[in-house]
Design a protein around this ligand. Structure first.
Ligand SMILES: CC(=O)N[C@H]1[C@@H](OP(=O)(O)OP(=O)(O)OC[C@H]2O[C@@H](n3ccc(=O)[nH]c3=O)[C@H](O)[C@@H]2O)O[C@H](CO)[C@@H](O)[C@@H]1O
Ligand SMILES: C=C(OP(=O)(O)O)C(=O)O
Length: 417
């Protein structure tokens, strides 16, 4: 096991280039299964979750080569319709195999997906959507067997705009007979990226980015080439890191409009923000407490709740964060308390009373974004911190310590004794 050792009280300074988005790459990699042929995907980040998806596709019969940030995925020999349980458990994104395998082979057998333990993460909306387009789903001994003699277009209405369920439904419906309409669809930028990829394959999908998506099924898709969008959550993490260390950081290679809910809050907190066409720059200001509520896009993203909570621990006054997406996403609070933060959690709300400074401590990353939040806190804290369980962080941040070191951070990766 490895840990990060961080010497705090640095002011991050310089420019950081953001990688391709994890949450766009994963469904797009799964979508390559919808046809037989060689797909070329650029800007795929080097992450543990991406490696797991590569392992799953390989086990299903795909041949994958990585050249820098490009993945070349040959799905010609894919002939398996069953995903092994140990790989399903590795991450939430393994559920994306359901739609494409069903679309291509009309049958798939898999178990429940894993992922960050941030509250119950059922897949009832995925199942409901696939049933609406003609799938029969049986569950037995922890396995899900989905079959469809023929996929037929249908009307899907989500009770909640689930990102993953919207993506799974789009992938399966792309090869259904007739038209599928998804209402109350999730509107995240990663869904628009998936639509663009599927349309390059020959699909007929419109409306992604709004709450209604229309999919006119086509009989066949063909392999294509695509560049993944930049990772807005990685970008937001560096913006918050710059702000917390009172630094001057240019976060480059991004689409700023994906982050407007975040830059708006940072400005309210007192951080100076400059927005360019492909970058956002943060500069120091006097930090003051604010209230934040996480919401589906374009609201404030739940994946940046933990990082911004770190920032608010040193903002003057009281802040209130309400987490509306996941039931149990405040696990970083106990760890931040070890560093001197003053936070009280009541159900889905965290009340943060700003302190002048945090102090270094030995802490453990409870999940991916909570781990990033602890790194950010450690960069600003007085003294040395050790962050354990960093395998969570490796799921979602490409070259975190290399990028932070280039901004002046004193962070090293070490083996735990
Ligand atoms: C790989 C990936 O893209 N992960 C992202 C995706 O996760 P994921 O796709 O799992 O998130 P969802 O939008 O599906 O989940 C949001 C909420 O809906 C609930 N729900 C979801 C599905 C379902 O069938 N039933 C149900 O009740 C979940 O428990 C949760 O409370 O969107 C989340 C919300 O922006 C992000 O935090 C994750 O980083
Ligand atoms: C929660 C996340 O990922 P996943 O849905 O893969 O667990 C995340 O990226 O913050």
């Amino acid at each position: 096991m490895e840990k990060f050792v961080v010497e705090g009280e640095v002011q991050l300074c310089g420019q950081v280039t953001i990688s391709g988005a994890k949450n766009a790459s994963l469904p797009i990699m799964a979508a390559t299964l919808l046809c037989s042929g060689v797909s070329v995907i650029h800007d795929v980040p080097k992450l543990r979750d991406i490696k797991v998806m590569q392992d799953i596709l390989t086990l299903l019969g795909a041949k994958i080569v990585r050249e820098g940030n490009t993945l070349i995925i040959d799905t010609t020999s894919v002939n398996h319709m069953e995903v092994p349980e140990h790989l399903m458990r590795e991450m939430r994104a393994s559920v994306f195999l359901m739609g494409p395998l069903l679309g291509r082979f009309r049958k798939v057998r898999l178990s429940y997906p894993g992922g960050c333990t941030i509250g119950p993460r059922p897949i009832n909306l995925h199942i409901k959507a696939l049933e609406k387009i003609g799938t029969t789903i049986k569950e037995s001994f922890g396995f899900i067997i989905a079959e469809a003699a023929e996929l037929a277009g249908g009307e899907i209405h989500f009770d909640f705009p689930s990102v993953g369920a919207t993506e799974n439904a789009m992938m399966a419906a792309a090869l259904a007979k007739g038209t599928t309409i998804i209402r109350n669809a999730a509107r995240e930028p990663e869904i628009v990226d998936l639509q663009n990829f599927l349309n390059r394959m020959g699909a007929k999908i419109s409306g992604a980015g709004t709450d209604t998506i229309r999919i006119d099924g086509v009989p066949k898709l063909t392999a294509t080439e695509h560049t993944v969008i930049p990772d807005r959550i990685e970008a937001g993490t560096y913006l918050v890191a710059g702000a917390m260390t009172r630094g001057d950081v240019v976060v480059d290679n991004i689409i700023p409009e994906f982050l407007f809910s975040v830059t708006d809050k940072l400005q309210e907190i007192g951080v100076q923000i400059e927005i360019g066409s492909r970058y956002i720059r943060v500069k120091p200001g006097d930090l003051r407490g604010v209230d934040i509520k996480t919401l589906p896009h374009p609201g404030f993203p739940t994946d940046l709740q933990a990082p911004i909570l770190s920032l608010l621990t040193v903002a003057k006054g009281t802040s209130i964060i309400t987490e509306t997406i996941f039931e149990n996403r405040f696990k970083h609070v106990d760890e931040l308390t070890r560093m001197g933060a003053k936070i009280k959690v009541e159900g889905r709300t965290a009340i943060i009373r700003g302190v002048p400074k945090l102090t270094g401590a030995i802490v453990a990353a409870p999940d991916l974004r909570a781990g990033a939040a602890l790194v950010i806190a450690a960069l600003a804290a007085e003294g040395i911190s050790e962050i354990e369980h960093i395998y969570h962080i490796d799921r979602g941040y490409d070259g975190l310590e290399r990028k932070l070191q280039a901004l002046g951070a004193r962070i090293v990766r070490q083996n735990c004794d």
